[in-house]
Design a protein around this ligand. Structure first.
Ligand SMILES: NC(=O)c1ccc[n+]([C@@H]2O[C@H](COP(=O)([O-])OP(=O)(O)OC[C@H]3O[C@@H](n4cnc5c(N)ncnc54)[C@H](OP(=O)(O)O)[C@@H]3O)[C@@H](O)[C@H]2O)c1
Length: 321
């Protein structure tokens, strides 16, 4: 089968797309014919081996999985004798933030991992685009107590995480202000926010509105400038560690001090996130934002594009026609 492989950490130049042996599933595994996968920000971290801490989970000196990838959508081709959850022919999608060899035509994966049936009416592309970033968006939401009518500002409304967060929040009847570049106004408006601020025309931290929460889904701002627009008991959450990794220690400092707080949304259960996303997708209340689609042969270009920080939503690798 064809797969994107590498033997060392580094830039997309370390990737070779080549023929490798088709995996044989173990008793607890399913063999999936992969139809679509993505290149996401977690894939970029796993390719470069950055931050270094990540290597303790994915291989200290070299990547444990020589085939790149973290997510997949496809059809179950074979099931191991101990598998009860899935049967041959099931359309499935899944994600593992500690990498999966899924940038390939076939994937053998433990059936107990975070894997779900593809939501009704979803294409493989839509399913796989509902995994990594939407999971991280869930991890913003499940760290706070959200009440209908509250006000949330989402910085990075065009991002994979931000575009999912906007839809999840609107489903909870939250008043959402999204921040994005003016060129993407229509794409973000289609996600349903109540208000949009264009960061190329206006600094959102100077807004006259005050918010219960600021979700910095792109990590381009920080707690200090956002205190101005946070209510007295408002909370700032960011997908990045912030300047000097302050988002690691500010949660404790702001808790002791009282008033406005910082929470760093450490990711939780992927299975719970996928179940939440599946439920919304089935109710037609969530559609992932999709940017470009590449072939497996073009995967180096896909990594370069995603790593530029310019992607809109999710970047797909289509494995089959
Ligand atoms: N903590 C975690 O576990 C975790 C996991 C995954 C990802 N992350 C991090 O979370 C961040 C977002 O991930 P993602 O997958 O959503 O990234 P992404 O899809 O690449 O999002 C970046 C988006 O932000 C927009 N943007 C750039 N500068 C901006 C600004 N100043 N204000 C508002 N929007 C801006 C970009 O569009 P334009 O530049 O065209 O406006 C782009 O659409 C990344 O920094 C990633 O490293 C964290």
């Amino acid at each position: 089968m064809k797969a994107a492989t590498r033997t060392t950490y580094g830039s997309p130049d370390v990737i070779t797309v080549k023929e490798v042996e088709k995996p044989v599933p173990k008793a607890n595994e399913i063999l999936v014919r992969v139809h679509a996968t993505t290149v996401n920000r977690t894939d970029c971290g796993a390719l470069w081996g950055k931050p270094f801490l990540f290597r303790f989970f994915i291989g200290l000196f070299k990547p444990r999985n020589s085939i790149t990838g973290t997510d997949f959508a496809g059809v179950v081709e074979t099931v191991g004798e101990k598998v009860n959850e899935f049967k041959i022919g099931d359309r499935v999608w899944g994600f593992d933030d500690n990498t999966l060899p899924s940038h390939a035509e076939y994937l053998a994966v433990d059936s107990k991992k975070a894997i779900m049936k593809v939501p009704t009416g979803f294409t493989f592309e839509q399913a796989v685009a509902s995994a990594e970033a939407a999971h991280y968006a869930c991890n913003f939401l499940n760290k706070v107590k959200l009440v209908p009518g509250q006000k949330v500002l989402v910085n990075g409304g065009t991002g994979g995480i931000g575009s999912a967060a906007i839809q999840f929040l609107k489903n909870m009847n939250i008043f959402v202000t999204a921040v994005c570049h003016s060129q993407y106004h229509d794409r973000v408006q289609a996600l349903g926010p109540d208000r949009i601020i264009h960061y190329d025309k206006e600094d959102f931290t100077q807004d006259n509105e005050t918010y219960d929460f600021v979700f910095d889904a792109v990590g381009k701002s920080s707690f200090n400038p956002c205190t101005r627009i946070l209510k007295e008991k408002g909370v700032y959450l960011s997908s990045e560690l912030g300047p000097g990794a302050e988002n690691l220690y500010l949660p404790l400092l702001t808790l002791i001090k009282g008033g406005r707080k910082v929470i760093f949304p450490v990711p939780g259960s992927i299975s719970k996130s996928l179940a939440y996303i599946f439920d919304l997708a089935e109710k037609e209340k969530f559609k992932p934002l999709i940017d470009r689609t590449y072939s497996l042969d073009e995967i180096k270009e896909a990594f370069t594009y995603v790593n530029s920080g310019q992607k809109i939503g999710n970047v797909i690798i289509r494995i089959t026609d």
